[in-house]
Design a protein around this ligand. Structure first.
Ligand code: HAM
Length: 435
């Protein structure tokens, strides 16, 4: 049996107790770093009125296909299907969170709640992609969705919140690339223009793009093939933004107006293409040098048509998600370290086997006010301090026969070396004093 995790997945490991990290425990796989990101997102998004929602990590295949869109790489090449004995073969590990959240919104009647309803979630997503740096098969997103309001103010607020989350984590170099992909009719006009433009040069397109020309010509613009990109430049292909109808153009101007007024920076991206079919109007990506030009740190947009696509009424909505692994790569590139889990305030050990139960009892008492660990067997005095240091404890305490007889402990502050005899009854109060 190979002791190896599946390709494109990561273990999220606890912070090293010895203080030095093994190669496997690099920052991109620190469980505490993930928790810090989701905690920060929770704080900021909750202040903005968002409520936490969690949906299953697998959904009906049809929901994912209809939600994400049949012409996307995700649906065509990257779906993990789920089978169990006697099933109808129709489940998929979610490649993203939005379709499941809109399904939950419709199914649970959340439409009755005050509008707009702001929801956020975090968790694993699955895409069977070619694995490389920042491109995993199980990755994690923080995701924010606002359902029920079509106003441009909501788009601008969503973008501002996304930027605030990553900036609060310390990231400086993230840039929003903002564009609009128009209303469906605008997109049809644009796709017609793209077909006209590319068809005479069909033979020069990559195989993937030949395929895209019929199904979704806009995806050609997003092609990773250099010959496609050279052809696009040579033909001077006009951007989507030139084809916005009056309504979508007006909406986009409003979004930009709010962001400008609030001082939220962005770069205009006139030809933004997103990898999911449900977007309308506002679309954006968050980019960072550390992640590379081809991959985004996050992305989002308006998706007013998704609810109806899934069989519900027309409900306007907008949202975004960023990848936690990619965010950690970007933070790493800027030299920003997220906090590690602190060691216990107290590590306590007995010097004789007959007192190990007493050491444990004192640790249990201290846990009423602080974190405390104890040794499960008796230790030599020197080893008490060594073990305490390995656990990055603040204090080491030991119990010999004298301490046991007098109901006290010998306490050493490991950083400044000061020692105290403290009565067990006074220990909790003592530990809470600033050292
Ligand atoms: P997305 O652009 O497909 O959008 O993914 C958002 C983010 O998830 C990406 O920018 C990236 O950071 C991360 N991500 C995607 N694929 C991978 C991968 N294979 N490995 C590592 N990270 C990855 C969505 O998923 C939309 N649901 C966002 C949204 C919410 N739009 C509206 N509401």
């Amino acid at each position: 049996m190979a002791l190896q995790r599946p390709k494109g997945t990561q273990d999220h490991l606890p912070d090293g107790s010895s203080g030095s990290h093994s190669k496997a425990a690099r920052s991109d796989t620190r469980a505490e770093a993930f928790a810090h990101v989701t905690e920060t997102a929770r704080r900021i998004l909750t202040r903005g009125g968002a409520r936490l929602i969690q949906t299953p990590i697998f959904e009906e295949a049809d929901l994912v296909r209809r939600g994400v869109g049949g012409s996307t790489d995700i649906v065509r090449k990257e779906m993990f299907t789920v089978h169990y004995f006697g099933d109808h073969g129709g489940f998929i590990l979610r490649p993203e969170g939005t379709a499941g959240i809109v399904r939950a919104y419709l199914e649970n009647g959340l439409k009755q709640w005050p509008s707009p309803l702001k929801l956020w979630t975090h968790g694993p997503m699955f895409r069977a992609e070619n694995v490389q740096k920042g491109r995993l098969r199980q990755f994690h997103q923080v995701d924010y969705e606002v359902i029920g309001v079509a106003d441009a103010l909501i788009d601008a607020e969503a973008i501002a919140l996304m930027v605030e989350v990553v900036q609060t984590l310390g990231l400086k170099g993230a840039r929003v690339k903002l564009g609009s992909i128009g209303d469906p009719a605008d997109r049809e006009t644009y796709n017609g223009y793209l077909r006209e433009t590319f068809t005479p040069h069909f033979e020069r397109l990559s195989d993937d793009s030949k395929d895209r020309l019929e199904r979704n010509p806009m995806r050609i613009l997003d092609s990773k093939s250099q010959t496609d990109q050279a052809l696009i430049a040579e033909l001077g292909v006009r951007p989507m933004l030139d084809f916005l109808g009056e309504a979508a153009a007006g909406h986009f101007t409003q979004v930009r107006g709010y962001l400008d007024a609030w001082g939220v920076g962005y770069d205009l991206d006139p030809s933004i293409v997103r990898g999911l079919d449900y977007y309308r109007r506002t679309a954006w990506e968050l980019h960072h040098e550390g992640v590379g030009a081809k991959s985004a740190l996050g992305g989002g947009g308006r998706y007013d048509g998704l609810s109806a696509e899934l069989g519900g009424p027309e409900i306007p909505a907008v949202g975004w998600a960023f990848g936690i692994e990619r965010l950690l790569i970007a933070l790493d590139a800027e030299g920003i370290e997220l906090p590690q889990q602190a060691g216990p305030l107290l590590f306590i050990a007995a010097l004789d086997p007959e007192h190990t139960g007493l050491a444990a009892q004192i640790a249990l008492q201290v846990r009423a006010v602080a974190s405390a660990e104890f040794a499960y067997r008796a230790l030599k005095p020197g080893n008490v301090f060594k073990e305490a240091e390995r656990r990055r404890a603040t204090y080491a305490a030991l119990i010999g026969s004298e301490e046991a007889a007098s109901g006290s402990v010998t306490l050493k502050h490991l950083q400044n070396g000061t020692q105290h005899h403290v009565n067990v009854n006074d220990l909790n109060a003592f530990l809470l004093e600033p050292s």
